[in-house]
Design a binder for this molecule. Sequence first.
Ligand code: THU
Length: 126
Amino acid sequence: MQALRDAARAAAAQAYCPYSQFHVGAAVLAEGKIYAGCNVENASYGLTICAERNAIFSAVAAGARRIQALALACVDAAADAPAASRMPCGACRQVIAEFAAADMPVYVDGVGDLTVADLLPNAFRL
Ligand code: THU
């Protein structure tokens, strides 16, 4: 879905990343609406939150409980950088799995179309 990819790229422009200078944007589709998020860093590095979690939590805060698709854009990854530099971190993979079906599409800019199960097989669930 092109609109979701565009929203992820646009959200990266809002990233607060004075420490890494690595702008990340994410967007999720939930109940027909697009919710975007960017990474927000902190001087206490561990408090940083990723773009994917900000986008998902924004959707959940608006009342959504399931997401239908996610797009991620690590716009500062160099063109010749390995795919790993564009992929969701482990924490975000677990959060994505909380709100998404295993076959939900995850579009990773510069990598391609994946699913939740590709990113996190055998996800922990309660
Ligand atoms: N980052 C994300 O926003 N999402 C990810 O899945 C990986 C990493 C951010 C966190 C930090 O602000 C910067 O990228 C460098 O790690």
